[in-house]
Design a protein around this ligand. Structure first.
Ligand code: DC
Length: 225
């Protein structure tokens, strides 16, 4: 089966726009696979730190990206996906803002993006894939059947991240999160390679003040499978 025969829904947008939760809900509803591409950048940055690969060494990072043993393990209720690096569950380590910032830094490196793109396309498996990130609709799956771009105000996204971190037992300060999100948005949107931008054929949904259920229902209506 060709990749293009397998239906793909892409969900792109900035940090805290609700991509993760919404992708998991959609995939559960459709009984499809999911790809959290941000987790790939995060786990690569974590591995680089563990194996003493400097975050500026583009070719060493790309090599690590190609050979890294990463495994994504959905929880039985499909409410989340555990990330296993070299046999160890690193999901909790990946959640922090430090991890997000490191991921955003290595994400500007073209060789790293090329190496991860190959691995991301491998997730396109029958019966279908919900892929979330920054460039899923523009670069990784340009032939996707339906594309969505989720946005929300910076304040609302920061509040959501804050709640997520506190709920999962990670200490956080709202003002730090607003600063980090603003920096990360800027870096992700202005990089030369695969910047954060809505695909021309994406449906843009502003999720500010809108419940997850409403966004999921809106997407399912547009997907109409
Ligand atoms: O979605 P996230 O917050 O887990 O992503 C972490 C960083 O990874 C994000 O700031 C930029 C980078 N990223 C990217 O460049 N391209 C993607 N498709 C996904 C994430």
């Amino acid at each position: 089966m060709k990749h293009t025969d397998i239906p793909v829904i892409t969900i792109d947008g900035p940090s805290g726009a609700g991509k993760g939760t919404i992708s998991l809900r959609l995939a559960k509803h459709l009984d499809w696979h999911t790809l959290d591409s941000g987790a790939m950048y995060r786990v690569l940055a974590l591995a680089a730190n563990r194996y003493n690969v400097p975050l500026e060494n583009e070719s060493a990072l790309a090599n690590l990206a190609t050979h890294l043993e990463i495994y994504f393990k959905p929880l039985p209720d499909l409410s989340a996906t555990q990330v296993i690096l070299d046999g160890q569950n690193v999901s909790q380590d990946l959640r922090s803002e430090v991890s997000g910032a490191a991921a955003s830094k290595i994400a500007v490196l073209p060789a790293v993006r090329r190496a991860l793109l190959i691995r991301q396309r491998d997730f396109c498996q029958a019966p279908g894939l919900v892929a979330e990130g920054r460039d899923m609709g523009t670069v990784v799956f340009p032939e996707a059947h339906k594309k969505f771009f989720l946005t929300a105000s910076c304040e609302e996204r920061a509040h959501r991240r804050y709640k997520q971190l506190i709920d999962s037992g990670i200490n956080a300060r709202l003002s730090d999160i607003i600063r980090d999100i603003t920096e990360r948005d800027k870096r992700d949107s202005t990089r030369a390679k695969a910047p954060l931008i809505a695909a021309d054929d994406a449906h843009v949904i502003d999720t500010t003040g809108v419940s997850i259920e409403t966004v999921v229902a809106c997407i399912l209506k547009k997907v109409a499978l």
